[in-house]
Design a protein around this ligand. Structure first.
Ligand SMILES: Cc1ncc(COP(=O)(O)OP(=O)(O)O)c(N)n1
Ligand code: 3NM
Ligand code: MG
Length: 264
């Protein structure tokens, strides 16, 4: 289901100050060097993709991308989220066509894996395989998690959406690496999403699962999710914001959220 219109970002640097952000410098410098991210913002002749980092449980800040057709902004914003402390990134785009999604997923594989951060693809095992992603996130309308494990193997990260249903978590706990509950708070990305009580996080944590909280998480409420038991908070708006959020602002929101969400 389409949940939001694609966003155009008019972030391209127009002044020296705008350029002077870590993430933009990183992407632009790598482009000018012809380095790891050079082929990331445009079609690359080099098809080699960096492999995922070794699999570890997702903890702290898990950044999910907003819908956009602006590849340059997306690469810079994701690099900024990682510079700010995101420990995993999910490529989620509910409005782009398949060609755009594959191009963007492969681009983000380069951005993320070259920085030691896993890139998870939303919804589709095929897309995860085709893009060289570290794993996939599956909801109730997506591929079956058991089939996904069979196809992707033990090293892939598989996340499963559980909404407000503890029974769903019990069904998939054996095959999933992480189980997501939400929407914890009111979400502008998914305003109609069912609300999940924080207490579900506590129950899930007590079972020893890797627990992800999602939905309307921002710096004002992330602590409640973590105190209830979330190992990680999955965030779109609270990290990437609305249209035109500059990469340095993405980095700042990531620093703040990571500081709240990461338990040493
Ligand atoms: C970490 C995480 N949790 C939940 C979701 C939602 O998945 P789903 O219900 O399949 O909805 P869409 O994201 O596909 O609209 C998620 N993507 N990631
Ligand atoms: C993608 C998604 N899944 C949800 C769930 O409840 O399963 S809530 C949600 C939206 C998350 O975006 P934001 O951080 O902008 O609220
Ligand atoms: Mg889905």
């Amino acid at each position: 289901m389409v949940t939001s219109a694609p966003k155009r970002h008019r972030w391209a640097p127009t002044s020296g100050e705008d350029v002077a952000t870590n993430a933009q410098e990183c992407v632009l410098a790598e482009e000018s060097r012809g380095g790891a991210a050079a082929g990331d913002t445009a079609a690359s002749a080099d098809d080699t993709l960096p492999p995922p980092p070794p699999k570890v449980p997702i903890r702290g800040l898990y950044a999910l991308t907003p819908d956009t057709d602006d590849d340059e902004w997306l690469a810079a914003a994701v690099a900024a989220a990682i510079a700010g402390g995101a420990s995993a990134v999910q490529y989620r785009n509910k409005t782009a066509d398949a060609e755009t999604r594959l191009r963007q997923a492969r681009m983000l594989v380069r951005v993320c894996h070259s920085r030691g951060v896993p890139l998870i693809v939303n919804d589709s095992v095929d897309m995860a395989i085709a893009s060289g992603a570290a794993g996939v996130h599956l909801g109730r309308d997506d591929d079956n998690p058991f089939e996904a494990r069979r196809r992707l193997g033990p090293d892939a990260i598989i996340g499963v959406s559980c909404y407000d249903e503890f029974e769903r978590a019990e069904r998939y706990a054996a095959v999933a690496d992480n189980l997501a509950f939400g929407s914890l708070f009111g979400s502008s990305t998914k305003p109609g999403a069912v609300r999940a009580p924080l207490e579900l996080l506590t129950r899930a944590k007590a079972r020893g699962w890797n627990v992800v909280g999602i939905g309307g998480v921002d710096a004002s409420n992330a602590r409640r999710a973590v105190e209830a038991g979330a190992d990680a908070v999955a965030v779109i708006t609270g990290v990437f914001g609305g249209i035109d959020r500059l990469p340095n602002a993405v980095e700042k929101s990531s620093v703040q959220l990571r500081g709240i969400a990461f338990r040493p």
